[in-house]
Design a binder for this molecule. Structure first.
Ligand code: UDX
Length: 463
């Protein structure tokens, strides 16, 4: 098949490379001339393990090419994937569909045969209907169908998620479109991956329903972690015990500093807006958003507590900045509010991340960055692990502690073995474990911050 992928961001680029890998002829189109020029030179705009190799191979085999000219991409295409950005609108937090609609209008003017236009970006329910309407208006004579094929890949494991997904969801109201998309995913069907064919609106909602559910699951275990700290239980064991029940499942029960990234915060908010627009309250999703926002704001207090309440003048080494490992993405990263709160409390921040320093510079002020984690911790009063990169989990704690002024370690990801930390003389604070000393700051904060207050979706800013 000939496939045009509009938008060469995370989802677009990974989809383009993977479809090309399955033998299709794929053209990736993007308005950003610099991005396309870089891609043509073999430089990727994002860090994603394995993607560079896949792109190189597909380009060498002439199955994948890049262009700024949409007409080249769309000419003769059987399928046009819309994978442009849908950032939250500053005004009200709703997904901004301006790029999706603009791309669809342009595509309408260019199609020259029956073409299936597919939304791969996460788009609110009803977006497919609107795309169909505006394309019909732009080109009443054109032969096309609009379908939804939401993408569930995670940053950092995008290639594996794409090539071995738990399921594929195809939302099409047109049988030709459904058959074409089923043929596209035939290699996965052969691997017994369930392919769920449904109507377009349902497919659009499945994506939001899944992401919001996972976000709720994380918020749930995070609140459980708070309770564990107070009642003297261990959240990791609680998660293990819960996860062994197959109805619950073990995934996404890792307590941490709150979820970040480009999807969960944005998609939960967008789902909430949809529910409000239809006057169907979704209180669980609303609470999970509030819980997560409050948690991210509150995490700095754990560090201040670990410093015995004295952050003023302290030097704090932050290990890991990105919202999760194996990505350079800083969007909605828990490290940002944490660092800002520590700075407000008078701490000086040194920071290390294996891949995220360049993006972190753009969003953080007054931070000294280090390529080496040991240099970062040298002379610090506390080391704080926020993102559990493999390289950070493998740190030699003896060497880390050797250079530090005080051996205070705050572990937001259960990256370190408590016995090992103790052996090297560290006072360790970890999420969801009984604390050895009373948490003065946190308790004071908890009593003054009503955590159940829902955030005002319109008041949030774009990362
Ligand atoms: C997510 C969905 O998993 C994916 O299906 C969808 O397509 C896009 O959104 P992503 O944002 O790349 O993917 O990362 P994910 O691995 O889901 O993590 C999101 C956030 O949740 C991270 O900040 C992560 O640290 C946090 N998280 C995840 C936890 O705190 N605990 C967990 O158990 C799992």
């Amino acid at each position: 098949m000939k496939i045009a992928v509009i938008g060469t961001g995370y989802v677009g680029l990974v989809s383009a490379a993977c479809f090309a890998g399955w033998g299709h002829e794929v053209v990736g189109a993007d308005k950003d001339a610099r991005k396309i020029a870089a891609l043509r030179r073999g430089e990727l705009p994002i860090y994603e393990p394995g993607l560079d190799r896949l792109v190189d191979e597909a380009v060498a085999q002439k199955r994948l090419s890049f262009t700024t000219d949409l007409s080249i991409a769309v000419a003769g295409a059987d399928i046009v994937l819309l994978a442009v950005g849908t950032p939250p609108r500053l005004r009200d937090g709703e997904a901004d569909l301006a790029f999706v609609y603009a791309a669809a209008r342009e595509v309408a003017g260019l199609i020259d045969r029956f073409t299936v236009v597919v939304t791969k970006s996460t788009v609110p329910v009803g977006t497919g209907d609107e795309i169909e309407r505006l394309m019909t208006r732009a080109r009443p004579d054109a032969s096309f169908a609009v379908a939804s094929n939401p993408e569930f890949l995670r940053e950092g494991s995008a290639i594996g998620d794409f090539q071995r997904p738990d399921r594929v969801v195809i939302g099409a109201n047109d049988s030709r479109a459904r058959e074409l998309l089923q043929a596209l995913y035939a290699p996965l069907r052969e691997q017994n991956v369930p392919i769920l064919a449904t109507d377009r609106r349902t497919a659009e909602l499945i994506k939001y329903a899944s992401n919001a559910f996972l976000a709720v699951k994380i918020s749930y275990i995070n609140e459980m972690a708070d309770l564990c700290e107070s009642v003297g239980a261990d959240v990791r064991e609680v998660a293990l015990g819960m996860g062994l029940d197959h109805r619950i499942g073990a995934g996404f029960l890792n307590a941490g500093p709150g979820y970040g990234g480009s999807c969960f915060p944005k998609d939960t908010l967008a789902l909430l807006r949809t529910s409000q627009d239809h006057a169907v309250p979704m209180r669980i999703v609303q609470e999970s958003l509030a819980v997560n926002d409050a948690r991210k704001r509150r995490m700095a207090l754990k560090v201040i507590d670990a410093l015995d309440g004295r952050a003023e003048g302290a030097s704090v080494a932050i290990l890991g900045l990105t919202f999760k490992p194996e990505t350079d993405d800083m969007r909605e990263a828990p490290s940002i509010p944490l660092i800002e709160a520590l700075q407000r409390a008078g701490a000086r921040i040194r920071a290390h991340d294996p891949e995220g320093i360049e993006n972190a510079r753009a969003v953080l002020d007054d931070v000294e960055f280090f390529d080496d984690p040991y240099e970062c911790a040298a002379g610090a009063d506390a080391a704080v692990l926020i993102t559990d990169w493999k390289s950070l989990k493998a740190l030699d704690l003896g060497r880390l502690g050797h250079g530090m002024r005080r051996r205070v370690l705050v572990d937001f990801r259960h990256a370190f073995d408590p016995a090992e930390a103790e052996r090297h003389g560290f006072a360790l604070t970890a999420i969801g474990r009984p604390s050895e000393k009373p948490r003065r700051t946190e308790r004071a904060e908890a009593s003054s911050t009503p955590e159940t207050k829902a955030p005002d979706p319109g008041a949030r800013s774009t990362p």
